[in-house]
Design a binder for this molecule. Structure first.
Ligand SMILES: C[S@@+](CC[C@H](N)C(=O)[O-])C[C@H]1O[C@@H](n2cnc3c(N)ncnc32)[C@H](O)[C@@H]1O
Length: 169
């Protein structure tokens, strides 16, 4: 889907939500036969976490968040919550999990697009080594990976509002 040129803030918000769901549903289906854990980077209100928890079976979903403040229905178990700044917890996760994640979803940004882009550049090399071969990464911001392939978006997603990457080798 292509966004109209003059998008309002409401359009942008709706496009982001619709795109998150479409990309997550695509990535969940594509990785359904994989056993590795799923990582949710940025819990926030917990809406995408809740969606993933309802749609994913047979895989642990670990949540990376600096301070849990989600809706009570969307609170991960303590043993699946990795508290702290992802700049520190992602390198620690590499030691713990290796390159084992089947699916990583990142929604770490705020309202400032330039800051989100700067953060995405910084965090990309911390995310890339965590994904298993064949695993998918879904992000609300463009990422800057060395070896992951950017995939075309599913039909319902809006260009530029969500990104999907796959580790091929
Ligand atoms: C936009 S919200 C996530 C919204 C979520 N996808 C949902 O559906 O409700 C972004 C979250 O990322 C977290 N976050 C941002 N930067 C972070 C960092 N450096 N380390 C850990 N968490 C971070 C924030 O605390 C915030 O809760």
């Amino acid at each position: 889907m292509t966004a109209p040129e003059q998008s309002t803030r409401l359009d942008l918000f709706i496009n982001r939500m619709v795109s998150q769901r479409a990309c997550l549903d695509f990535a969940i289906a594509q990785t359904a036969s994989m056993a590795g854990p799923v990582f949710e980077l940025g819990l926030g209100n917990g809406r995408t976490y809740h969606h993933m928890r309802e749609r994913i079976s047979g895989r642990d979903i670990f949540v990376f968040e600096r301070a849990v403040a989600s809706h009570p229905d969307s609170r991960p178990a303590e043993e699946l919550t990795i508290l702290g700044d992802v700049r520190e917890t992602l390198p620690a996760a590499l030691t713990r999990f290796g390159d084992g994640a089947s699916l990583i979803h990142a929604d770490l940004g705020g309202h400032n697009r330039a800051k989100n882009d700067e953060f995405a550049r910084m965090v990309s090399p911390l995310v890339e080594p965590l994904l298993v071969v064949g695993g998918l990464m879904v992000s609300s911001d463009r990422m800057y990976f060395e070896a992951l392939e950017e995939l075309p978006l599913p039909a319902d997603a809006v260009e530029g509002r969500c990104f999907i990457y796959r580790r091929n080798a």
